[in-house]
Design a protein around this ligand. Structure first.
Ligand SMILES: [Zn+2]
Length: 293
C-alpha cells in the first residue's frame, strides 16, 4: 500500500463500543460523537451495522452525511442483503468503507455457519466483490482469527485481496490471544500471503484477559498498520483496546519513528474529545487512564 508507515486509527465506539451495557446511543448522539471523533483526526469511524435495525441504518447514514474528514465505515456480514444495506447507508459519505466479515475458525465454521472452508472462501470473495460495487475501500475481517488456522487465514486473505479487499482485519474476537503469539501470527501472515503488500493488516483485540492493548501493540510491532479501538475501551464483554492508550503507547514505546510521528498530531485533541465522548456514552473514565502526553 502507498503509506506503509502510517498507523490507521479505526474507532469503533459507535459499533462495538455501543454493545457495552448502558452505552447505547441515539442517532443524534452518534452524530455528535462522530463529529468529535472527526475532530480527533480518527482515520476511520465505524458508525454501525446498517442491517441490524432501521435505527442503526439511519444512524450510519446520518454520520456518513455529517463527517467529512474521516472515512465512515458500515459493518456487514458476508451476505448480499447486508452489503447492499451498508452501501446504501454510506451513499452520501465523502469517504465510505464497507467492512464485511465471516468466521474462519474451525469451531465457528462448523457450528455457527455450518459451512466447509471452501464455501467460506467462496462467500468471502463474493462479498468483497459485491462491496466493491459501492466503494473501492473494502475491509475484510476473518472473524475469530485468533482461533483460526494460519494456513486457512493465508488462503482466505490471498483470495479476498484478489477480489478487491484493501484492509485485512485480524480480530481476537474472544480475547484469547497472547501478545507474542498474536504478533507472530501477523508477522507470519505478512510473509506468507503472496499479495500481502497490496493490503493493510489490521487488528481488533478484546480485553477478556486484560491483553487487548498489549496484543494490538505487538501486532503493530510486527507490521499491522491499522488498530481498531474505542474511546475508553468500550465494547462487547470486557471491551476493546482503548484509543487513548493505543495512541499514547505508540507514541511512547519504541515503535518505528514514522509511526510515532503520524499519531502525535492526534494527542492535542484527545483530552477534550475523550471527555465529551465519555459524557455522551455515560461511561466514566477508568481511573488508570493517562490522558496527557
Ligand atoms: Zn469486537
Amino acid at each position: 500500500m502507498s503509506q506503509p508507515d502510517q498507523l490507521i486509527i479505526f474507532d469503533t465506539t459507535l459499533r462495538d463500543g455501543e454493545q457495552s451495557p448502558g452505552a447505547s446511543m441515539t442517532k443524534d448522539e452518534k452524530v455528535r460523537i462522530g463529529k468529535a471523533l472527526e475532530k480527533l483526526q480518527v482515520d476511520v469511524i465505524e458508525a454501525g451495522f446498517p442491517i441490524a435495525s432501521h435505527g442503526d441504518f439511519e444512524a450510519v447514514s446520518a454520520v456518513a452525511k455529517a463527517v467529512k474528514d474521516s472515512t465512515v465505515c458500515g459493518l456487514a456480514r458476508a451476505l448480499d442483503k447486508d452489503i447492499d444495506r451498508a452501501g446504501e447507508a454510506l451513499k452520501e459519505a465523502t469517504s465510505g468503507r464497507i467492512h464485511t466479515f465471516i468466521a474462519t475458525s474451525p469451531i465457528h465454521m462448523q457450528h455457527k455457519l455450518r459451512m466447509n472452508p471452501d464455501q467460506v472462501v467462496e462467500q468471502a470473495v463474493h462479498a468483497v466483490k459485491r462491496a466493491r460495487n459501492y466503494t473501492d475501500n473494502v475491509e475484510f475481517s476473518a472473524e475469530d482469527a485468533g482461533r483460526s488456522e494460519i494456513d486457512f487465514l493465508c488462503r482466505i486473505f490471498e483470495a479476498v485481496i484478489n477480489a478487491g479487499a484493501t484492509t485485512l482485519n485480524v480480530p481476537d474476537t474472544v480475547g484469547y490471544a497472547m501478545p507474542h503469539q498474536f504478533g507472530d501470527l501477523i508477522h507470519r501472515m505478512r510473509e506468507r500471503v503472496p499479495n500481502a503488500d497490496k493490503a493493510i493488516f489490521s487488528v481488533h483485540c478484546h480485553n477478556d484477559l486484560g491483553l487487548e492493548v498489549a496484543n494490538s501493540l505487538s501486532a503493530v510491532s510486527n507490521g499491522a498498520r491499522q488498530v481498531e479501538c474505542t474511546i475508553n475501551g468500550l465494547g462487547e464483554r470486557a471491551g476493546n483496546a482503548s484509543l487513548e492508550e493505543i495512541v499514547m503507547a505508540v507514541r511512547t514505546l519504541l515503535l518505528p519513528d514514522k509511526v510515532r510521528h503520524h499519531t502525535d498530531r492526534r494527542l492535542l485533541q484527545i483530552g477534550i474529545q475523550h471527555y465529551r465522548i465519555s459524557s455522551a456514552t455515560q461511561q466514566g473514565h477508568r481511573r488508570s487512564k493517562c490522558l496527557c502526553p
